[in-house]
Design a protein around this ligand. Structure first.
Ligand code: HEC
Ligand code: HEC
Ligand code: HEC
Ligand code: HEC
Ligand code: HEC
Ligand code: HEC
Ligand code: HEC
Length: 258
């Protein structure tokens, strides 16, 4: 289920200066949440326009990005964009990019969690990508500056797969016997952030597979894929040892057994 956040009127500016302490986000599905952008000691907000002078490569394509919506709403909307994630930039601009003057969320997910509060929980589940430990960052899979924040677009599952197989080369194949399920996307079976089930699976049992393979009780038995599976289903999961172990694809077994 996709939660849509929408910017209200939408940013509170405190005083005439460019200091804003709180962003007000109204969320269509839940109550209002107040989130604070990251802070930098002693710095004030200067607006995205200032960043273009030195980071043209980032600002030039930003207008199409998911988070650029943070730039366009409201009277002072143009003031927020970049600094919503990078924090107030006055010291950074004045020092011409001095070390330690700006927040880089690439090295910590905390900035993202400030607005996407539900994601902290997903990454704390028993089986999850090691974001908290600093081994990975949100931007390994989401480009904050260009286009749709979900790599390749949420609608383009091929784009999502490409981002997964960058690191998980083996599961991407190619295989002699492909499992067509992967063409639908790794996220048909895996939760990309985390899950209560081992291997970040969306389901711990046959339901994972029965999303697409139907079972039918007939006079000859419990048919799945045209074969009686009644006895097999007591052995464990569909991908247990001796069953469809090569669930991502196989070089030798058309029925993905090894
Ligand atoms: C006067 C030039 C200048 C301006 C204006 C400027 N920057 Fe920078 N910025 C730099 C330089 C130089 C660096 C360090 C070299 C690099 O990484 O490109 C840098 C680095 C960065 C980094 C990486 C920091 C890190 O620790 O990895 C971020 C993020 C950044 N700038 C964001 C911004 C934002 C947001 C703005 C607008 C509020 C902005 N910059 C305005 C010159 C500038
Ligand atoms: C949604 C949050 C977000 C917004 C909005 C955002 N950035 Fe970033 N920015 C990031 C993240 C995350 C990284 C680290 C990327 C990485 O490590 O691959 C980053 C990295 C950077 C860097 C370091 C160099 C680089 O490309 O790795 C610069 C410079 C930068 N951003 C400038 C900007 C400017 C200028 C804007 C506005 C036009 C902006 N950012 C808007 C999240 C954001
Ligand atoms: C200041 C608040 C804020 C921060 C910080 C922020 N986001 Fe967002 N993000 C939003 C809003 C608002 C939207 C919703 C835009 C929409 O629904 O059209 C959004 C949308 C997204 C989406 C797309 C969701 C979808 O349903 O298509 C992704 C992915 C995302 N953000 C990831 C990140 C990551 C990664 C970071 C940290 C680098 C980050 N965000 C930082 C406010 C924020
Ligand atoms: C391993 C890759 C990966 C990492 C790391 C990752 N995401 Fe995602 N994220 C995805 C994929 C893939 C989707 C699309 C899920 C779908 O289509 O079912 C997604 C969807 C989203 C969405 C929109 C749908 C939703 O679940 O609300 C948001 C917001 C989001 N991610 C935020 C984040 C934040 C914040 C971080 C870091 C704390 C992060 N993601 C780290 C892969 C990743
Ligand atoms: C930047 C590299 C990177 C990307 C991109 C990435 N992963 Fe991962 N993935 C990891 C790391 C690191 C681990 C944890 C270490 C390990 O156990 O191998 C992991 C663990 C996993 C696991 C659990 C493995 C286990 O043995 O418990 C699954 C499943 C998984 N990733 C699926 C995905 C999917 C699906 C995507 C795309 C949405 C994706 N990964 C994108 C690096 C990545
Ligand atoms: C049809 C469902 C399904 C699809 C689609 C799928 N996986 Fe898996 N994946 C599984 C199952 C089931 C396991 C657990 C296998 C086990 O425990 O032996 C698994 C395990 C993994 C693991 C842990 C290492 C391993 O092989 O046991 C990684 C990493 C992984 N998958 C990545 C991916 C990637 C990347 C994609 C997309 C290219 C993908 N998966 C598509 C079902 C799927
Ligand atoms: C997204 C849909 C989808 C999911 C989920 C899925 N499959 Fe498949 N699977 C297919 C399609 C499509 C084919 C190729 C057509 C066919 O044989 O039904 C296939 C083929 C197979 C085959 C080869 C059948 C043969 O003999 O040619 C096996 C075995 C298989 N899947 C097992 C599994 C297992 C085990 C799971 C759960 C871990 C699973 N599938 C989950 C879509 C899916």
């Amino acid at each position: 289920m996709k939660t849509r956040l929408r910017w209200t009127k939408n940013v509170l500016l405190f005083g005439g200066s460019a200091i804003w302490g709180l962003l007000l986000i109204s969320c269509v599905m839940t109550n209002r949440t107040i989130v604070a952008p990251p802070s930098v000691a002693g710095a004030t907000f200067v607006g995205s326009g200032e960043c273009a002078d030195c980071h043209e490569n980032v600002t030039s394509s930003f207008h199409d990005a998911t988070h650029a919506k943070m730039m366009v709403n409201g009277e002072n909307g143009g003031e927020i964009g970049c600094e919503a994630c990078h924090g107030p930039g006055s010291l950074h601009v004045r020092s011409g990019g001095g070390a330690g003057t700006i927040v880089n969320p690439g090295s910590s997910p905390e900035t993202c969690y400030q607005c996407h509060t539900d994601k902290r929980g997903e990454f704390s589940l028993a089986s999850s990508h090691p974001i908290g430990e600093g081994k990975m960052s949100c931007s390994d899979c989401h480009d904050p500056h260009n286009g749709d924040a979900v790599a390749g677009g949420v609608s383009s599952l091929q784009g999502v797969n490409d981002s997964c197989v960058k690191c998980h080369v083996q599961q991407g194949g190619p295989y002699v016997f492909e499992h067509e399920a992967s063409r639908e996307g790794c996220v048909v079976c895996h939760s990309p952030h985390g899950s209560m089930n081992a291997k970040m699976l969306k389901s711990r049992n046959a339901n994972l597979c029965l999303q697409c393979h139907f079972q039918e009780q007939t006079a000859t038995g419990l048919l799945i894929g045209g074969r009686d599976h009644a006895a097999f289903l007591n052995r464990g999961t569909c991908w247990s040892a001796g069953c469809h172990e090569a669930v991502h694809g196989s070089h030798i077994s058309s029925s993905l057994r090894f």
